[in-house]
Design a protein. Structure first.
Lengths: 725, 291
């Protein structure tokens, strides 16, 4: 590969009339407390000498080549190579690596045997099973395991413009994702075991496009394919508290020695689309697209359980199907018609229909085996034993939109737009089959002079729903009933299907008092009021931003921006137990998330063409609040009241500060030194994960990985050298 | 007689027009004053035009700005009527400015530009692209990078990318145009794909399914639970678990339990600790998304 690249680069370079080579390399020192995975979450911060960037470009007449490599050999390296003939051919190859560092604090005794099989030493399982207190003696000594998933993507493509109006392009890409991440397995209600999920994914993509873009019209054809391949189809993990499956009880229970879960199955999708745009008549333009997609998934099902004793029991009905035969078709038909009645008056009509048609057959399974630990030894189809029968729901929906808007330029400095949109959902297998939303909107653009711009906008939406059948899902998923568990509350509404009133507004102001000074202010609000007694009853998000920049001739600039955003949600819920489904056990949640970001910086040309200085500081602060209360005096037993009692959950906080300084000195036309310093400080407080150890005495039947992303503080000093010839 | 007078008058007017019509002077002449545009030679337009369009470098300035003889003759004197004969993009309407670019750039990503969201809000090509930049500027973006250019108007998104859970945009491993086509699309919010889910699963293909057990809000819209630009909660979630799940799940027993922080159901990833296959399960016993 390297030899081919060298030939491709060097041959034209030798004959080239023009060649440019540049590279940046340098040394870097990192100090501080940088153990947290947050520090290098998506990047590799190297220490010592490294190459930051290499770029080689050649031009021979109209033939060009370009190779650009950044951070070679590091975990976030990227490379592009392209060559071609200006305006006619272009071929390219690219390669990218992006790490995702999930946690550096995870610890586990699990041993990866390959192919998704994670085991524990038999002695450890036996010892932990022997005495209740043994888990606390062994688990805290679990060794560290990295949690990370790396993406490696390669792509090759070619574009051809045989003539001015025509363009053809094709590409193929493959992405490999590997690593391991956190996964939760339960071996029974209350026995949780955090384990490692192996990631070994390949995703292949290919596309082909052909288009003609003429003076007055154009059309385009496109085909896309994506094939997802998971090399590990299941995760099988030992139960830390049991070496083997226990004998089946009369009720059909067996404590499992291991658990097995299905990992994402392979799938394949194809999509073809055709688009047309053109002037049909004088002053009108039509833009239409039709697309068809096809998605399949037919990976073999795993057995109902990995519990060997239950699996061998002849009373366990076997699934009738070996795989899903999953098929989804999608249709998208969209059109937009623009009528420019005059330079000042325009009308737009638009429509769209998207249909996701799930042709996957419905499968009804006579039994399922929760936790790999229980099954029903009696006739599962009997009315007295309905809780084991489950039916799948091939979810589908169709979404239609129609809309019109009118644009009118009242004067050269003032324009107005008003519109109406209608949206309709048609669903299967959900609580609401029919849903309509009407939206009316208006916006102004006022620009009395090049230095001032004011853009307010407002829209009002009402969502109406047909019948809300709160048992719709249960009736299909549990064909014989759900057993003793209470189903969804009749008064509850799921927020995506509840009738709703929405107010949405925004204001943008942009002022440029001088050529070198700009100020922008932006405010936005979305307020939802749901017609729901339970579930989300109201939500509101609003934000404002302020930014300003000042340019001081060719010498420097100063910039600053600040943003504030708050998301509020009100919800109402109820602790429900059989025989205790009472208003008295309602609880109300008030959720409030606030985030602020402040950024200030400056760039200076201290010595023209010689010395540049850049400084940048940013601070992001987020706070999450969850207040909860019971509106009434609680009912039930002491234990039930304890479950129904709503208390405020602790606040969560995160704060990121970054300070960066760069000083670049240009020694000659070709040589530059780059000096930089960066300070990063991250603090996070999250009660749900802070201090979570593999063994927690309060939850002694569970095991965790202790995977956190704790705070960090880093000082990074760089000295670089840039050469260009 | 009248016809003769009119003819003579018309001839005189046209002769005057012909005399005053500006002519092409060439890039060298332009650079005599606009020396700060010297690096245009390194610009993709200057490199590609000779072959792609048959436009030699000398003609490059006036290809977009129109013939410049009168402008040049004015020699910087704004009071001279000839000064304004050059096509200045600052003085054009958004549509006029874009139309100049669309003369060549009709197809590709711009296929759906006409009456797209940005077009209809008077955003023009030059709002985001700076045509004179040298070739090192990514897509000739006005602010040096795609994201910084988008933040000019979408400043709140910049803040969202700074939050603890975020797409790797601030690290430079992704950018806005990985998901959006700012030039127009047939999808919602200028997404490159037709739906939100098609957009998300173009990278997260493992979540495409179809699964034996599907989670309804997942099949319909990833944004029911996630904020794609960034969140203060893990995994880009809109609301911290378990409250996120409890907004819909009011079934009996533990789904609707208010819970105190010391409850196992709230530890670590809360509901999704056990219901780990929340995007869908293909296991015959995975009806509760636990297998």
């Amino acid at each position: 590969m390297n030899a081919i690249l060298a030939v491709l680069l060097l041959v034209p370079a030798v004959r080239a009339t023009e060649a440019t080579v540049s590279f940046d390399l340098g040394g870097q020192a990192v100090m501080g407390n940088t153990d947290s995975s947050k520090f290098q979450e998506y990047v590799d911060v190297p220490e010592g000498v490294y190459v930051d960037n290499i770029c080689v470009e050649t031009t021979t007449g109209s033939f060009f080549t370009r190779l650009s490599v950044s951070k070679p050999s590091l975990k976030d390296q990227h490379a592009d190579f392209e060559f071609g003939d200006w305006g006619r051919h272009r071929a390219y190859v690219s390669y990218d690596e992006t790490p995702h560092n999930l946690s550096n604090t995870a610890r586990s005794f699990l041993i990866n045997e390959g192919q998704g099989r994670y085991t524990l030493p038999d002695g450890l399982q036996t010892d932990i099973q022997t005495a209740a207190g043994n888990a606390g003696l062994f688990i805290p000594w679990s060794p560290g395991v990295p949690l990370r998933v790396d993406r490696k993507t390669g792509k090759i493509g070619y574009e051809y413009n045989p003539a001015g109006l025509w363009r053809a392009k094709m590409d193929y890409g493959v992405e490999k994702r590997d690593g391991q991440k956190i996964y939760g397995v339960s071996f029974g209600h209350g026995q949780l075991q955090e384990v490692l999920e192996p990631i070994d994914y390949y995703t292949h993509t290919a596309s082909f496009g052909l288009e003609r873009a003429g003076e007055n019209d154009g059309w385009a054809f496109r085909y896309d394919m994506q094939a997802f391949e998971n090399n590990i189809n299941n995760l099988s993990v030992d139960n830390f508290a049991r070496l083997t499956d226990s004998a089946i009880t009369g009720a059909g229970a067996s404590s499992p020695g291991q658990a097995q879960v299905a990992l994402p199955p392979d799938n394949m999708s194809h999509q073809v689309s055709v688009a047309y745009t053109g002037k049909l008549m004088e002053r009108t333009r039509l833009d239409v697209t039709a697309a068809y997609g096809y998605l399949t998934q037919n990976a073999a099902f795993l057995p109902l359980t990995s519990n060997k004793l239950i699996l061998a029991d002849p009373r366990l009905p076997k699934p009738t199907e070996g795989s899903l035969h999953g098929e989804i078709e999608t249709w998208n038909l969209a059109g937009k018609w623009n009528w420019k009645i005059s330079d000042d008056l325009q009308v737009n009509l638009k429509g769209r229909h998207y249909d996701l048609n799930n042709r996957t057959p419905r499968i009804v399974l006579a039994q399922y085996v929760p936790y790999d630990g229980t099954f029903s030894p009696t006739d599962p189809t009997a009315a007295s034993n309905p809780t084991r029968r489950r039916g799948s729901m091939p979810l589908d929906y169709a979404k239609s939109n129609l809309g019109a808007d009118v644009y009118y330029a009242i004067s050269k400095s003032l324009s107005f737009r008003t519109g109406y949109d209608w949206e309709h959902y048609k669903r299967h297998h959900r609580e609401v089959a029919d849903q309509h939303e009407h939206t009316m909107s208006a916006s102004f653009a006022f620009k009395p002079s090049p230095v001032f711009e004011f853009r307010p906008s407002y829209s009002y939406s009402r969502r109406f729903i047909g019948e809300y059948n709160h048992e719709a899902v249960a009736e299909e998923m549990y064909p014989l009933g759900e057993g003793t568990s209470l189903g969804l509350m009749e008064e509850a509404r799921r927020f995506d299907m509840a009738a709703r009133t929405r107010h949405k507004g925004s204001v943008k102001i942009d002022v440029s008092p001088t050529d070198f000074w700009n100020v922008g202010v932006d405010y936005g609000l979305v307020e939802d009021d749901y017609e729901a007694d339970y579930g989300v009853t109201a939500a509101r998000t609003h934000y404002y931003t302020f930014d300003t920049s000042v340019g001081i001739g060719d010498f420097g600039s100063v910039y600053m921006d600040y943003s504030w955003e708050m998301a509020l949600q009100n919800m109402r819920n109820r602790y429900r137990a059989t025989g205790l489904d009472l208003y008295a056990n309602d609880w109300i949640g008030y959720l409030k998330d606030t985030s602020q970001t402040f950024n200030v910086g400056t760039n200076w040309r201290l010595i023209p063409e010689r010395l540049d200085l850049g400084l940048d500081y940013s601070l992001t602060f987020s706070k999450g609040r969850q207040e909860n209360r019971n509106p009434s005096k609680l009912a039930g037993t002491g234990a039930q009241q304890a479950s129904a009692a709503a208390v405020n959950l602790p606040n969560t906080y995160s704060r990121l500060q970054r300070l960066a300084a760069a000083l670049n000195f240009k020694w000659t036309e070709h040589i530059k030194t780059l000096t930089g310093y960066e300070f990063q400080k991250y603090r996070e407080t999250d009660w749900a994960q802070d201090g979570l150890d593999p063994f927690e005495p309060a939850w002694s039947t569970s095991v965790f990985l202790g995977a956190t992303q704790p705070s960090y503080e880093a000082h990074i000093a760089r000295l670089g050298f840039s050469y260009e010839f | 007689m009248i016809a003769s007078i009119l003819l003579a008058a018309a001839t005189a007017v046209f002769a005057q027009d012909a005399k005053s019509a500006p002519e092409f002077v060439g890039a060298s002449k332009c650079l005599e004053c606009h020396s700060d545009r010297e690096h245009f030679k390194e610009n993709i337009h200057a490199k590609a035009w000779p072959k792609a369009k048959g436009i030699e470098y000398e003609k490059s300035c006036e290809t977009c700005h129109g013939p410049g003889s009168k402008h040049a003759e004015a020699a910087g004197d704004r009071a001279d009527a000839g000064f304004a004969t050059i096509k200045s993009f600052k003085k054009l309407t958004a549509k006029e400015a874009s139309q100049t670019c669309l003369e060549c750039h009709k197809g590709g990503d711009r296929f759906h530009w006409n009456s797209s969201v940005h077009d209809s809000k008077d955003v023009s090509c030059v709002s985001c692209h700076s045509m004179h930049r040298d070739d090192k500027a990514e897509h000739l973006m006005a602010k040096g990078s795609v994201a910084e250019t988008c933040y000019q108007c979408h400043n709140v998104k910049k803040s969202q990318f700074m939050r603890s859970s975020h797409m790797p945009v601030r690290e430079g491993k992704m950018t806005c145009t990985n998901c959006h086509n700012p030039h127009g699309s047939q999808g919602p919010t200028l997404l490159k794909q037709l739906t939100v889910n098609e957009n998300c699963t173009s990278c997260h293909a493992e979540k495409k399914g179809p699964f034996l057990w599907e989670h309804p809000p997942v099949r319909e819209n990833c944004l029911n639970c996630h904020n794609p630009h960034g969140s203060q909660h893990a995994a880009l979630l809109k609301v911290k678990r378990p409250r996120l799940c409890q907004q819909c799940h009011l079934e009996g027993n533990h789904p609707a339990t208010a819970s105190i922080p010391t409850n196992l159901h709230l530890a670590s990833r809360s509901c999704t600790e056990c219901h780990a296959q929340i995007h869908g399960s293909n296991h015959p016993s995975g009806v509760r998304f636990m297998r």
